[in-house]
Design a protein around this ligand. Structure first.
Ligand code: SAH
Length: 211
């Protein structure tokens, strides 16, 4: 189930779908995704699909995690990253060694507690977590070179636009469940440039926090 062969197959599949970054592909091969899901479904951890993680939430599909990571890093080294929607912590764990520091916010306390344990277990030390509503960003550490959303808002929250450094990138799904697209937004000296990457399906971004 967690064998070298199963992981190699997953990487091949993701490469066939168009991911070219060897850094990203290697990282997908390194992170033990079975530790991010419940034991009962661990045998499916290396399938290229999203899976339930409790509280009606899902761990993202490996291809999409790779796509978002590749898009975030495409314009050169990224130092400070803000992630909204820690969930299982899988996307955070993929990205952590590829950047200087990640600040990640999750609104569901029980998911965040489990994610923190996984970060400790994997000895990922450049991750700072927060139980809160990510729509407000994390002004203490702003501005960020990169912002990643793993839950889809219907509109990009203003606080996140403000907390993106000029030259920085935001990778996010936007739109209602049936019509979401993955967007890459770059902050320029004059404003923002937006590029649509592909149709996607994420859980919606919600307001407030929950235990
Ligand atoms: N990257 C995660 C994806 C988890 S699903 C993984 O691979 O496991 C998206 C997560 O976003 C859910 O855990 C959900 O609770 C969280 N979320 C939704 N709206 C949020 C908000 N406003 N602030 C913070 N987290 C939010």
């Amino acid at each position: 189930m967690t064998s070298e062969r199963t992981r190699t197959r997953l990487i091949q599949r993701i490469r066939q779908q168009g991911i070219q970054s060897t850094t990203v592909l290697e990282r997908i091969g390194q992170v033990p995704r079975h530790l991010f899901v419940d034991e009962a479904i661990a045998s499916r951890a290396y399938e290229d699909s999203s899976l339930p993680i409790g509280n009606s939430q899902t761990i993202s599909q490996p291809y999409i995690v790779a796509r978002m990571t590749e898009a975030l890093l495409a314009s050169g080294p990224v130092k400070q990253v803000l992630e909204i929607g820690t969930g299982s912590g899988y996307q955070t764990a993929i990205l952590a060694p590829l950047v200087q520091r990640i600040y990640t916010i999750e609104r569901i306390g029980s998911l965040l507690r489990q994610a923190r344990q996984r970060f400790q277990q994997l000895q990922l030390k450049n991750i700072r977590t927060r139980h809160g509503d990510g729509a407000r960003g994390w002004s203490d550490y702003a501005p960020f070179d990169g912002i990643l959303l793993t839950a889809a808002p219907s509109e990009i929250p203003a606080a996140l636009l403000e907390q993106l450094r000029p030259g920085g990138r935001m990778i996010l799904p936007v739109g209602p469940p049936e019509q979401q697209t993955l967007q890459c937004l770059t902050r320029t000296a004059e404003g923002y440039e937006q590029q649509t990457l592909e149709p996607v399906r994420f859980v919606p971004m919600l307001t407030g926090i929950s235990r």
